[in-house]
Write a protein that binds this ligand. Structure first.
Ligand SMILES: Nc1ncnc2c1ncn2[C@@H]1O[C@H](COP(=O)(O)OP(=O)(O)OP(=O)(O)O)[C@@H](O)[C@H]1O
Ligand SMILES: [Mg+2]
Length: 408
C-alpha cells in the first residue's frame, strides 16, 4: 500500500525543518543529508501523485532545497565527491527535466546572466558562502596573502597606487582548505562570488570548453562593470583546463589560450578592477609556466601542523560528548600526516560509533536516551582503520614544487 500524499508531505516537511535547523547551527554535512531526504520525499510525492494540486509548490520547494544543497556542498568542499548526485536524481525523476531549477531566491544576483543560457548557468554558483576566517584553521600565510590582495584593495583602493594582484593560485593536497579559503574570502567581500569547477566545464560540453571559458569571464566582467562591486571568480580543479580530457585534438590548446587571454585582461593594471580569479589545484606540476605567471600569488595550502590539528580537534569535537581524559593535544599527536578534512571525518566517525551503539541497544527512541561519552579507545580504533589520505611521497612532491614556484 502506498503512502497518502499527506504522509509523504509530513515526512518531507519534517526533514526540511530538521535540515533548516542543522543548517542554521552550521552542521553542513547533516543538513545536506536532511535536505536530500526532503527532496526525495517531495520527488516521490510528485511521482506517485502526478496530478496532485500542490505539485507545483513541491517542485519549487525541492528546487530551493536543491540550491541550498549545492551551496552547502560548495562551502563544504564535498562537491568533488558527489558532483551532481542530487542534480541527477532531481532531473531524472521530474517531468521538467530540461529546466534548471527555479532560481527565484537569487533574483538580484542573476542580473547579468540572462543571455548565457541555462546550461552554463548551472555551472556557476552565485550564492555567497557563510564561512568566516576563524573557521579556517591554520594556513596563516594563505589567509594573509588573500586578505592583502583581495580584501584590503576592495575596501581601500586608494592605498594601492601600484595596483594589486588579481590572480591567486591555491595548491596543495586534498582536504586542507583551498575551497574553504576561497569561500571565506568571498564571504568577506561585498560583491559576487562565482564558483565553477573547471573539470565539469571541460567534460560537459565537449569541444566547447573554450567558449565556456570566455562566457565565464564575460559574466564576471559584466557583473563587475554593471554593478561596480568586487567579483571573485573561483575556478576549482584549474589543472583540468589544461588536461586532455576533452579528447578533441587542439582543443586543450584553445582552452588554455583563451584562459591566458582572459587572465591578461584581468591583470591589466591600468584598470582599477576588482575582479579576481582564485584557482585551486591538487596538481600544480601540471600547470605550465605561462599559466603560472598569470597568478602572481601562488600559495601552498599544506597539511595542518600539530598546533593546527589541536585547533581542528577542538573545533570538531566542540559539540560532541567526550570523556574528560580526552585531550585535543593527544589526538593531534596521533594524527600527524592527516589532513584537516581527515580530522573532521575522524571526529564524525567517533560520533557515529556512539550513535550506532545507542541504536544497536534498541534504546535510541526512548525519551532522554543519550549516547555514552566518546572515549580515547574510540579514536584509537578509528585510526587503526583509517590512514592519512595524503601519502608521504605526495607531500614531498608538493614541497619540491613549492620550493620552486611559490609566490607569497
Ligand atoms: N584549514 C581548515 N580548517 C578547518 N577545516 C578545514 C580546513 N581545511 C579543510 N577543512 C575541512 O575539510 C573540508 C574540505 O576542505 P576543502 O574543501 O577546503 O579542501 P580542499 O583543499 O579544497 O580539497 P580538494 O583539493 O579536495 O578540493 C572543509 O569543508 C572543512 O570542513
Ligand atoms: Mg576543493
Amino acid at each position: 500500500m502506498s503512502l497518502a500524499p499527506q504522509e509523504l508531505e509530513n515526512s518531507a516537511s519534517k526533514y526540511a525543518a530538521e535540515a533548516i535547523r542543522l543548517d542554521s547551527e552550521g552542521s553542513r554535512g547533516m543538513a545536506i543529508q536532511a535536505y536530500q531526504r526532503a527532496i526525495e520525499a517531495l520527488v516521490k510525492l510528485i511521482q506517485i501523485y502526478p496530478e496532485y494540486k500542490l505539485n507545483k509548490i513541491y517542485m519549487e520547494r525541492a528546487s530551493a532545497y536543491q540550491n541550498r544543497v549545492k551551496a552547502l556542498q560548495m562551502t563544504n568542499g564535498i562537491a568533488d565527491a558527489h558532483p551532481e548526485k542530487t542534480d541527477q536524481m532531481f532531473r531524472k525523476t521530474t517531468p521538467y527535466s530540461s529546466n534548471t531549477p527555479a532560481n527565484s531566491t537569487n533574483h538580484k544576483r542573476d542580473a547579468g546572466t540572462e543571455s548565457l543560457g541555462a546550461e552554463f548557468d548551472d555551472l556557476v554558483m552565485k550564492d555567497k558562502p557563510h564561512v568566516t576566517w576563524e573557521e579556517v584553521i591554520g594556513l596563516d600565510d594563505a589567509k594573509r596573502a588573500i586578505r592583502e590582495s583581495i580584501v584590503y584593495p576592495t575596501k581601500r583602493m586608494d592605498l594601492f597606487p601600484l595596483g594589486w594582484p588579481r590572480g591567486i593560485l591555491l595548491y596543495g593536497p586534498p582536504g586542507c582548505g583551498k575551497t574553504l579559503l576561497a569561500a571565506a574570502a568571498a564571504a568577506e567581500i561585498e560583491g559576487y562570488f562565482i564558483n565553477v569547477d573547471a573539470a565539469s566545464m571541460m567534460s560537459k560540453w565537449l569541444g566547447e570548453a573554450e567558449k565556456n571559458v570566455s562566457k565565464l569571464f564575460n559574466l564576471a566582467r559584466r557583473l563587475h562593470d554593471t554593478e561596480g562591486v568586487p567579483v571573485l571568480l573561483f575556478v576549482d580543479e584549474i589543472d583540468s583546463l589544461l588536461g586532455s580530457r576533452n579528447g578533441e585534438i587542439g582543443g586543450e590548446v584553445r582552452v588554455k589560450n583563451q584562459f591566458l587571454t582572459e587572465m591578461d585582461g584581468i591583470n591589466d593594471k591600468s584598470k582599477a578592477s576588482k575582479l579576481y580569479v582564485i584557482g585551486a589545484t591538487n596538481k600544480p606540476w601540471s600547470l605550465e609556466a605561462g599559466f603560472l605567471r598569470r597568478f602572481q600569488k601562488r600559495i601552498y595550502v599544506s597539511l595542518p601542523d600539530q598546533a593546527s590539528r589541536i585547533h581542528l580537534f577542538r573545533q570538531y569535537t566542540e559539540r560532541l560528548k567526550m570523556e574528560k581524559s580526552l585531550k585535543s593535544e593527544d589526538l593531534a599527536k596521533l594524527t600527524e600526516g592527516y589532513s584537516a578534512s581527515d580530522v573532521k571525518d575522524i571526529c564524525q566517525s567517533a560520533q557515529l560509533r556512539v550513535v550506532d551503539e545507542l541504536f544497536q541497544s534498541g534504546k535510541a527512541l526512548e525519551e532522554e536516551a543519550n549516547t555514552r561519552s566518546i572515549a580515547p579507545s574510540d579514536f584509537k580504533e578509528i585510526l587503526k582503520m583509517r590512514k592519512p589520505s595524503v601519502s608521504i611521497d605526495m607531500m614531498r612532491a608538493y614541497s619540491r614544487w613549492s620550493e620552486q614556484f611559490k609566490a607569497l
